[in-house]
Design a binder for this molecule. Structure first.
Ligand code: ZN
Length: 259
């Protein structure tokens, strides 16, 4: 069974003690590829160190909405340069976040737009972070409706109507460990998403799925997300793995198997 983890932050301190073992455990669990996402200019350099070190690791470079206010003049240009690396397969993580009160909406929107334009220029997909900013994100996408954009709404937490809108716009959807939480309303939404639009992710080190809840999350745990989707759809986990891996390959330009 071949799986991919389309969203984690392998560069975070949480993995400093055992990063080699984390990548190894993922491979043992059948995770052939791991996409690690930068959150600012500095971590965009850091993710490139990791892709050089680990054959199964790929990167997204970009500036996260909660870090938008810290961006320095020239950062966007630096990220545009880094995006030329052959193992950079997306611009991310980018988007809007109205939960954490760090960057103002105007600053976030401005950065989001710059990142979307960069993605279009480089012909790369985008990985979108949305926290309590669903409406505003669609407004920004409407503003740049002429750009050839593709990508994924990660850590999806909206309802079915919103999912329909995202799918209609040609984007993919992925759920994290919160899909497995006991009182979650997300299973209903997940079942509703067409399988050809689903991706798997962990968002590790955060959002640990059941039955590992309470521990640090890691890419190997993406198997539990696959199992949850399989249970919800009454499908074989291997079938969910096959479909979501093919979806990720189509979006990020990956070939099958381990690099
Ligand atoms: Zn993330």
């Amino acid at each position: 069974m071949e799986l991919v983890d389309t969203h984690c932050h392998l560069q975070f301190d949480a993995f400093d003690e055992d990063r080699d073992a984390v990548v190894e455990r993922a491979l043992e669990a059948g995770v052939s590829k791991i996409l690690t996402l930068a959150t600012d200019c500095e971590s965009s350099y850091r993710v490139l160190e990791l892709v050089e070190r680990y054959p199964s690791v790929y990167a997204a470079v970009g500036i996260h909405p909660t870090d938008a206010h810290k961006a320095q003049p020239g950062d966007v240009e630096k990220i545009a340069e880094l995006a030329k690396h052959p193992k950079v397969v997306a611009i991310g993580e980018i988007g809007l976040d109205l939960y954490w009160d760090t960057s103002t909406l105007d600053v976030q929107k401005d950065m989001f737009l710059q990142m979307l334009r960069l993605a279009a220029e480089r012909d790369l997909p985008v990985v979108i972070h949305n926290r309590r900013a669903g409406k505003e994100i669609l407004q920004v996408l409407d503003q740049v409706a002429g750009l050839p954009l593709r990508g994924v709404f990660h850590c999806f937490s909206e309802g079915k109507t919103y999912a329909d809108d995202v799918v209609r716009r040609g984007f993919y959807i992925s759920f994290t460990g919160n899909l497995t939480y006991r009182k979650s309303k997300l299973p209903d939404v997940a079942k509703h998403v067409p399988e050809e639009r689903l991706l798997l992710e962990t968002d590790s080190p955060f959002m640990t799925p059941v039955p590992m809840r309470g521990k640090r999350n890691e890419p190997a745990f993406v198997q539990y997300i696959a199992e949850k989707h399989a249970e919800l759809r009454d499908m074989d986990p291997a079938e969910i793995a096959r479909i979501t891996t093919e979806n990720a390959q189509a979006l990020f330009g990956w070939s099958s198997g381990t690099a």
